[in-house]
Design a protein around this ligand. Structure first.
Ligand SMILES: *[C@@H]1O[C@H](CO)[C@@H](O)[C@H](O)[C@H]1NC(C)=O
Ligand SMILES: *[C@@H]1O[C@H](CO)[C@@H](O)[C@H](O)[C@H]1NC(C)=O
Length: 780
């Protein structure tokens, strides 16, 4: 029966029936599996949504042949028509918006684009965990809508939470920066937003996220060393207190449904073949409820490029035995059957991998029949690029912009006094540059030139042909424009031709003639000159920092589809900036002292090795981690009732648990009764300026000095607060002694040093003394 062929008036009920028949089942994508109309599968236990998921998974695995199982071990999993199961593409990406970087997402038709949020390094600079979760929710609304429309998957291989260890890393832009606590919190918040667990015990997922790339993956291609061949030599200490931290937070707090292992080796073993990392740490210690995926073709890479095993069957067997569940790439589909035949692997091992992937598919509702009848089944094209979603992309960009310099309060500009603005620079009218990598097709763009054009008359000069700025032919025209305007805005920096996946930088300076352009324009400019920097990684712009003609500097990262609006809003004071740098800005001389291939976080003064990140590096910086100014000023004081002494109860009572290290006593965290060790510190924050503003309270702990193994200081908490001009607010910081005041010794063991810890908050310092006390069981 055709759908709209009724001519005679029928009852309302009949119309309703026809409407449901026509619209309901066939409107979205067909069922992935367990189609209610398929009589062969309808009654099978794996299709019964009322049974517990483990039972359904067991039932399904029991029905599959070995050959069928093996076709399900790869990202483009084959269909099993016999059981009414469709093929599935596991590889979709949503780093900062639904992205078509993976084959699982296709834009076009009813879904021409999706909301493109700022690149993660920018969003991280907001230090606003509720923003990160909210972005995750919006992205997964759009992802579900696109899945319902048949143009996207439900398994997203995002976020990237590797530590931004070296400022040259081309993919540093994708990460939340250099600090493990910040990265861990970002991972947990974004993943919670994306997955939005629901149902009994939160076992059901809106989409499945994936934290990648486990672990010690933060080099792409530097000085002839690439990620496919790199062996990262990592100490137990650095693994425990740096590289593992975001992944642990992602699993334990974010309850992520997947972890991806990386291409590189860690201490001689490819991470995707490392039983200790995958089976023991991720699944054993952290209890991942989900699947472990390989980076794309990792298994092929360690066989073909690293020659890690003699035969391809050994490579396949090693991966699955180590705990890998899904291969992005064809390798496991090609070699696993033979590996089983040769006795290198048991079918039971294959079942174990499948149980993990199938469980996630079931948690996503993929075996519950008609997708439109499920939660989120109503989402469709009109839920993508909504005004509210696009507003959030703008809000995220505003919150992530960092004011680095503001000489004599040159900013904000005034629409009264600055009526004509010279807008100069290779990034001043860009679109795709603003979304960085792992982006999709945005709903639309506002370039910086367009954004500024909403506040003032603009005179535009690119100054250089592109960011590499090879020639100086266009500088003269830019200088002339600056001479005539009331203020000058230079939008400079980098793009994916300089820092990208496959491409690390060689140095930290602005490319080509950019410095020349900035200096000449600043010298000629009639009014204030503002430098706006787009980049993922830090830049050594000391020349502009010290040049009094450069009035103000903003770092905007890659600010997303609405970047131009956000930049203009900050320039003209509609938005008071509150972002903070999520990574250290080093001078160029720094990188000459350390090869990217040296993974050590800690300094080694005897060998001239400076150490990495604000936690271990003590030398000069251009701008420190956490730097960021406001148009107002904030004053901190510690509340009077903040505790000064805390007793740490330790159990076991063995003298061994009280180890002396370089003069200081410490207790092993595992020997401490951690559950009662919360410390609440009240911090009063006063907005002492004349403008409302948002302030990020960064709380660092400085452990007692005992050797060179503890960090200089460590971010332990952060809280963003909005405070109207002239008023004060108390922020309660809750610290957990075991998590926040512990350090890691050379054997990778977490310990709590006794003695005086300092909490540094802005320019105030609060000491807390920790005292060990043996824990005595109450005798009945
Ligand atoms: C353990 O350390 C505490 C604090 O420094 C000290 O008072 C105590 O005597 C030590 N206990 C043992 C058994 O060494
Ligand atoms: C954090 O972000 C959310 C979402 O944009 C916003 O509502 C909230 O005000 C932000 N927090 C602060 C303190 O600015």
């Amino acid at each position: 029966m055709g759908c709209f062929t009724i001519t005679k008036p029928f009852s309302l009920l009949f119309y309703l029936l026809v409407f449901l028949l026509c619209v309901s089942p066939g409107a979205g994508r067909p069922s992935f599996a367990c189609d209610p109309r398929n009589a062969n599968t309808k009654k099978l236990p794996f299709c019964n949504a009322n049974l517990p998921i483990p039972n359904r998974v067991r039932d399904l695995i029991g029905r599959l042949t070995l050959q069928e199982k093996i076709t399900l071990l790869v990202n483009n999993a084959a269909a099993v028509p016999r059981l009414g199961i469709s093929g599935y593409e596991w590889w979709s990406e949503a780093l900062h918006g639904v992205s078509n970087t993976g084959p699982g997402v296709k834009f076009g038709g009813s879904f021409p684009g999706a909301t493109s949020f700022p690149q993660v390094i920018t969003t991280a600079a907001s230090f606003n965990a509720s923003l990160w979760e909210l972005i995750g929710r919006v992205v997964s609304d759009e992802a579900r809508a696109m899945y319902n429309g048949g143009v996207a998957g439900l398994t997203y291989w995002s976020p990237n939470v590797n530590i931004f260890r070296d400022p040259r890393w081309g993919r540093g832009q994708e990460t939340p920066g250099e600090d493990p606590v910040l990265s861990s919190r970002y991972a947990a918040s974004y993943v919670t937003g994306l997955q939005q667990p629901y149902g009994r015990d939160g076992s059901r997922l809106k989409v499945a996220a994936c934290c990648k790339h486990y672990t010690a993956y933060d080099l792409d291609n530097w000085n002839g060393v690439d990620r496919f061949h790199f062996n990262a030599k990592v100490s137990k200490q650095d693994l425990e207190d740096t590289f593992d931290v975001p992944f642990r937070g992602c699993v334990l707090e974010g309850k992520v449904a997947s972890i991806m292992c990386s291409y590189n080796q860690v201490n001689g073993i490819p991470s995707c073949a490392d039983t200790n990392l995958l089976r023991n740490t991720i699944r054993g210690e952290w209890r991942l409820n989900g699947y472990i995926a390989s980076d794309c073709d990792s298994v092929g890479v360690y066989f073909n490029d690293q020659h890690y095993t003699k035969t391809p069957e050994d490579a396949a067997a090693d991966a699955i035995k180590a705990g890998l569940d899904l291969d992005c790439g064809p390798f496991l589909a090609i070699h696993t059957e033979q590996a089983v035949k040769l006795g290198k692997l048991k079918e039971l091992d294959v079942n174990g991998a499948l149980a993990n992937t199938l469980t996630v598919q079931m948690r996503l509702g993929m075996y519950d029949g008609d997708p439109s009848a499920q939660p989120f089944g109503h989402l469709g094209p009109r839920d993508v690029c909504t005004p509210a979603h696009q507003q959030l992309a703008l809000e995220a960009a505003r919150q992530g912009i960092v004011l680095l310099k503001n000489r004599g309060r040159s900013l904000p500009l005034s629409t009264q006094r600055h009526r004509t603005i010279a807008v100069i620079g290779p990034n001043s009218d860009v679109t795709v540059t603003m979304v960085g990598n792992y982006a999709g097709v945005p709903c639309g763009y506002t370039t910086p030139l367009q954004g500024i054009g909403r506040y003032a008359r603009t005179v535009h000069q690119p100054g250089c042909r592109d960011v590499s700025c090879a020639g100086n032919q266009l500088i003269g025209a830019a200088v002339n424009a600056a001479r005539q305007a009331d203020a000058t805005v230079l939008v400079m920096g980098l793009d994916q031709s300089i820092e990208a996946e496959f491409k690390d930088r060689v140095g930290l300076l602005l490319p080509g003639h950019q410095q020349d352009l900035i200096t000449r324009v600043a010298t000629a400019s009639k009014g204030p000159t503002v430098l706006v920097l787009m980049s993922g990684g830090p830049l050594d712009i000391s020349f502009a920092q010290i040049n009094p003609r450069v009035s103000a500097i903003l770092w905007v990262g890659y600010p997303g589809q609405a970047g131009g609006t956000a930049i203009a809003d900050v320039l003209f004071g509609t938005t008071n900036p509150g972002g903070k740098l999520p990574m250290t800005w080093y001078p160029q001389a720094y990188v000459a002292k350390l090869p990217m291939t040296n993974m050590a976080m800690r300094s080694d003064p005897a060998r001239g090795y400076p150490g990495r990140t604000y936690r271990f590096y003590k030398g000069p910086v251009v701008y420190p981690f956490g730097h960021g100014l406001s148009y107002t000023s904030f004053v901190h004081t510690i509340a009077d009732d903040a505790p000064k002494v805390v007793s740490v109860l330790f159990s076991g009572g063995h003298s061994r648990s009280n180890t002396t290290i370089s003069g200081g006593d410490s207790l092993r965290v595992s020997h401490t009764t951690c559950d009662r060790l919360e410390v609440g510190v009240g911090v009063n924050v006063r907005n002492a300026g004349s403008e409302d503003g948002t302030h990020t309270l960064l709380v660092f702990s400085v452990p007692p000095a005992s050797g060179n193994w503890e960090p200089n200081r460590q971010l332990v908490a952060f809280q963003k607060v909005h405070i109207p001009a002239g008023s004060q607010q108390q922020v309660k910081i809750n610290l957990h002694v075991c998590n926040h005041l512990s350090v890691v010794d050379r054997n990778g063991i977490r310990r709590i040093p006794m003695g005086k810890h300092n909490l540094d908050i802005g320019d105030v310092r609060h000491p807390i003394s920790l005292q060990a006390q043996p824990f005595v069981e109450n005798k009945p």
